[in-house]
Design a protein around this ligand. Structure first.
Ligand code: MRU
Length: 355
């Protein structure tokens, strides 16, 4: 059944559907996913995007494969195809590993049902985790509102709302929560070149929810912070190390630097599925996706792509960067708000940190 704010849903016959995010905000289109290849294509073309949603789409992709052919070799092939779609978000590998573990524990005949149940379980867990992130992060916004006694201004980068997850979002969940509590909150939305997830997706989401927001160009954040126009920054993450280094959409690091220089708190909001417990040094170890240079050369508009660079010019398109833990005020997860340190994350997640 499709919830009004769903990015992925299924029918009673277990047909899977997604919302095509490449067409938003101009057109609301639904795409069916019938196979692991369909799921891989949806992730690769960014019809679905955002770390938690990429992970759950991959889980359903594997479940579709298990329905079709459930022997070890076919599932491993499908898992590899799905894993190769995008390199940075760890949620993708996390989700595939969880479904693979679940199916490997049962006979080939039982695998289709087992994989489906596992994907549904992970889907439901991610929704719950995002709701919790909303409560913990919402309390931070409520604190600021209490002290300030006037409108709270949050700056966010890229899209980490319900479109990037299954519901609520990560960075936007605290904002939705605060808004629902009647707190006067306003969001500065970084446009987030080259694909403009902020201008096209975050602004659309917030508008639909009735949350006040203003789109700014990517370079405006430092200026706004110098003039006291930002009370806190909240961003999502594609992969966070066990030591609290936060990888997110390109440009996040510059916002964190500006926040530090202006004493503006900088938070990353993420479910535990985004923590890569095997990594200690985000800058050195997290693979950064390099995307097609045409995303820099062309801007997607209502009537199609428009070229904005000289013909034959050269562009580089790094999709993510890493904000070192020393610039992160706190990490908001489903278990609370933690210092961006190995100690604090391990206290919150002993079963993963020591497992
Ligand atoms: O390239 P995208 O659109 O998949 O990048 C998305 C982001 O960078 C988000 O901030 C991140 O995935 C967190 S989503 C809750």
């Amino acid at each position: 059944v499709q919830h009004p704010r769903s990015t992925l849903w299924w029918s009673s016959q277990r047909d899977v559907f997604i919302l095509d995010q490449t067409r938003l905000p101009f057109s609301i289109d639904t795409v069916p996913l019938c196979s692991a290849e369909d799921a891989a294509r949806a992730i690769e073309t960014m019809q679905v995007r955002g770390a938690p949603l990429i992970g759950i789409t991959a889980a359903f992709g594997l479940a579709l494969q298990a329905r079709h052919q459930a022997d070890d070799a076919s599932l491993q092939r499908a898992a590899e195809t799905l894993a190769h779609t995008r390199p940075t978000a760890i949620n993708l590998r996390w989700a595939l590993a969880r479904v693979m573990r679940a199916v490997e524990a049962v006979s080939t005949e039982e695998r289709a049902e087992r994989a489906w149940q596992q994907a549904v379980l992970m889907h439901d867990e991610e929704i719950l985790h995002c709701a919790r992130i909303g409560e913990h992060g919402g309390a931070l916004i409520a604190d600021i509102a209490r002290n300030k006694r006037s409108r709270v201004h949050v700056l966010t980068h890229c899209n980490a709302g319900w479109l990037a997850t299954l519901r609520w979002g990560t960075a936007l969940a605290p904002i939705y929560h605060a808004h629902q509590q009647g707190i006067d909150v306003h969001v500065w939305v970084d446009e987030t070149r080259p694909r403009n997830q902020g201008a096209q997706l975050t602004a659309w989401e917030l508008q639909q929810a009735g949350v006040a927001c203003t789109i700014v160009v990517d370079n405006a954040g430092g200026h706004l912070m110098q003039h006291g126009e930002v009370d806190l920054v909240i961003v999502g993450s594609d992969r966070t190390t066990r030591t609290g280094d936060v990888c997110n959409k390109i440009g996040t690091y510059l916002k964190a630097l500006a926040a530090k220089d202006n004493d503006v708190p900088f938070y990353a909001a993420l479910p535990s599925s985004t923590i890569d417990w095997s990594l200690c040094d985000g800058v050195r170890e997290i693979p950064i996706e390099e995307r097609d240079a045409n995303e820099v050369h062309f801007v997607a508009g209502e009537h199609g792509p428009a070229r904005v660079t000289p013909i034959d010019s050269i562009a580089a398109n790094y999709a993510f960067d890493v904000t070192p833990a020393r610039l992160v005020t706190g990490i908001i997860t489903e278990r609370g708000v933690h210092a961006a340190t190995e100690h604090s994350l391990a206290l919150a997640y002993p079963e993963f940190a020591h497992g």
